[in-house]
Ligand binder design. Sequence first.
Ligand SMILES: *Cc1c(COP(=O)(O)O)cnc(C)c1O
Length: 404
Amino acid sequence: MSQRKIYYFDNNATTRVAPEVVEVLLPFLTEHWGNPSSAYRFGSDVARHMEVAREKCAALINADPREIIFTSCGTESNNTAIHSALVTQPAKRHILTTAVEHSANIKFCQTLAKRGNAVTFLPVDSMGELDVHLLAESIRPDTAIVSAIYANNETGVIFPIEEIAALCRAKGVLFHTDAVQTPGKLKLDVKSLGVDSLSLSAHKLHAPKGVGLLYARKNTPYQPYLVGGGQERGRRGGTENVANIVAFGRAADLALATLNDENTRVRALRDRLEETLIRSISGTVRNGSKEPRLPNTANLSFDGIEAEAVLLLLDQAGICASSGSACTTGSLEPSYVLTAMGLSSARARSSVRFSLGIYNTAEEVDHLLKELPPIIAKLRAMSPAEREAKVAAHRGVPKPALFS
Ligand SMILES: *Cc1c(COP(=O)(O)O)cnc(C)c1O
């Protein structure tokens, strides 16, 4: 793999594993590799470290450690919350969610709809904001769960989770939030939020891919999604991903420690990036409301050009950014999140997301600010046909074989 300098502005897709996280993880691959369910000390010692990680993850969101269920990813946590609500309340078959959830929720709900469940995807306005009154009116007697994303991965727009939770509680309906984008960016407190369940994913907070958690409030009816051994106190079968769970615990500490940096220095970098681009490149507009919004995310449309061409030229300059969510990259569909906000297909296709993080420096932002304007100018000087040919040529590059 090439070792050239990477300018990484895609922290909403995944994050660099922090060096201090790698350090605590490695001994669980090399020395402490016992099964945490084993009765002998070589296993139970491992279990003890896993419980320390559980306490750290609980502290990140002000939960009780017994309310934390480790999973394999954010997707599994989201699916589990909805699945559990349906199987513990068999008479209720309606799911109320929004049109701007992560695909982990959208696709799962579409699958459930095909299996006979009723699903409502609430609309958002042109700023990406939710009408909470409409949400309240959309709760039905047979609504099993309401699930709403806390902070949007594409625009950074933050939903009023505390208000929605209070409303659901008043109506006696379970409420889940996908909070995967929030650790280290927002202060998290499940008690003051009042949610019944909440999902996190470790790789969005400087820990490895392949581990997530579901917070399930004490006394919330619960049924496992993965059925097997008695791990996680019977709530999630499958031998725990110990090394990554230990890493997750360390990353939870780090997220608390870097909350201030993210909301001051990183926010200022994002604001400078966004404001400079809007000022210096004509036809540049922000997508989504300015506030309340994550401090690290900028989603911008560059009038008249396709994001795919921009990303291609940025990539050649060593800059990583994305259009829409990474999960839909490679498809030519405009982002469903931006489309749900009523943006035209052309504007949605011209949108680029820059998501910063604690490892970004002012020099890196300077580099992006130097590289991007000439890229936009160059693309605008091309005819649509020339641009299309360029992108098509890139698309034609064969994908690496899956099993080579
Ligand atoms: C990344 C992400 C997910 C999915 O998490 P995985 O661990 O990759 O499955 C879910 N929701 C949001 C908001 C995300 O950003």
